[in-house]
Design a protein around this ligand. Structure first.
Ligand code: KG4
Ligand code: ZN
Length: 399
């Protein structure tokens, strides 16, 4: 790439360097993945290491925050070393360290941020703080650039849909970087959280998304009807208001979880769930096929109908927001973007509307550090370095 001069301040000292290719080490520890990656100039994935804690949390049917921080502590040094080694880089030969500042679990974030701060200090590199949600958006942008598609049509509408978030953003690129405006969010549970909670209720393990994705292919998605409400409203908050009476589109996924619970009770499914629990106890690392072998028709129909309802709601609301805001491109990202039915439905519906919809590969849909290193690149060019006293923020907002 062309050389540019980066001006910033690193630990109270002016930073003034002419840079060409820029190698950023990204570190991510916001939830239950300890991840590190090296990305070149926001456009080429050089290495990508993800240590998943799923086996630790699986027996509890969800992430246990205390166990997550402990696992991050154990994994962070070897994960970062491996990412550098795979990239053929050293602490000295990288240009900057990027780390997730928030949102996420307080203890988990603290491990990544403290480590990144210490590393940047010891190696005398700039530290760049990244919002995890911005990272998910840049997972798509990184791969698009890597595939030679660097020209996006604006406005860009991004749906970030994961275990902790269901957010809609309008994203814009400026000379000095990217800005985001939130135009919708979930009012209660995130979509991935609903997948995880329904899987827990039906004893299908953790995380719920991948198992339900697999099982749903074997059930009838029309069997059970789960209605959703449209939650479209004018933004009456003067602080948020971009233009008078801007339309917002919100989501809500706690109701469907309760509806599944009611269905289980009314249809006396407790005995079949208990039978599955007993069998699964005897399988050390159950695979989706193992769950399939122990699901009756009623369970398969229920999960297929549940998934269809969530997918339709996400697609309907996002496409409707795309019309409201005259979006020219859509991005769908975050763990739930790995869902096969969500991808297929978005692709079919967006194609009929003539709107491009971009997804990350499955490996960059769920949490990873490549997205953090990619999101950090425009900040690096703008010299937006984190001060030495930066702290993590579990409730950090984007836009
Ligand atoms: O982005 P991510 O790794 O972590 C958060 O930032 O939350 O997302 C994890 C979430 C979990 O709720 C998981 O069940 C869901 O993504 N997920 C899926 C699929 N793969 C992961 N949900 C539906 N279908 C999938 N194939
Ligand atoms: Zn995430």
């Amino acid at each position: 790439m062309d050389e540019v001069i980066v001006f910033g301040v690193v630990r109270n000292t002016p930073y003034n360097k002419t840079v060409g290719d820029t190698y950023i080490l990204g570190i991510e520890s916001s939830c239950d993945e300890t991840a590190a990656a090296v990305v070149r100039s926001g456009e080429e994935l050089i290495s990508n290491v993800v240590y998943s804690q799923i086996p630790t949390h699986h027996p509890y049917g969800g992430v246990v925050p205390e166990l997550a921080s402990r696992e991050h502590l154990r994994a962070i040094v070897p994960v970062v070393r491996k990412a550098l080694e795979d990239a053929g880089k050293t602490y000295e030969s990288i240009d900057a360290v990027a780390v997730t500042q928030g949102p996420g679990l307080a203890g988990s974030l603290l491990v990544g941020l403290s480590y990144a701060k210490a590393l940047a200090f010891a190696a005398d590199k700039p530290l760049i703080a990244v919002n995890h949600l911005e990272g998910h958006i840049h997972a798509v942008l990184l791969e698009e650039r890597q595939n030679g598609n660097s020209e996006l049509q604006f406005p860009v509408l991004a749906l970030v849909v994961s275990g902790g978030h269901t957010h809609l953003y309008l994203a814009e690129r400026h000379d000095s970087g990217w800005t985001y405006r939130n135009i919708g969010h979930t009012r209660d549970d995130a979509a991935g959280e609903a997948f995880d909670k329904v899987a827990k209720l039906l004893d299908l393990g953790y995380p719920g998304g991948p198992v339900i994705d697999f099982l749903a292919r074997h059930g009838n998605p029309q069997a059970v009807k789960f209605p959703f409400a449209q939650i479209k409203h004018r933004d009456r908050n003067p602080q948020n208001r971009h233009s008078p009476d801007e339309l917002r589109t919100d989501f809500s996924y706690s109701g469907i979880k309760t509806a599944v619970l009611r269905y289980v009770e009314v249809n006396n499914m407790a005995a079949s769930i208990a039978r599955r629990r007993e069998v699964m106890k005897g399988i050390s690392k159950p695979k989706p096929e193992d769950y399939l072998a122990h699901c009756d028709r009623q369970t398969l129909d229920l999960v297929a109908s549940f998934q269809r309802a969530i997918v339709n709601d996400l697609v309907d609301k996002t496409l409707s927001a795309a019309v409201d805001h005259a979006a020219a491109t859509m991005l769908v990202t975050g763990g739930v973007a790995a869902n096969s039915e969500l991808r297929a439905t978005f692709e079919a519906r967006a194609a009929s509307d003539g709107l491009p919809v971009l997804f990350p590969s499955r490996k960059l849909s769920t949490d990873n550090a490549a997205m953090i290193a990619a999101a950090a690149y425009p900040r690096f060019l703008a010299g937006e370095f984190a001060p030495p006293d930066i702290s993590s923020d579990a409730a950090l907002r984007l836009g």
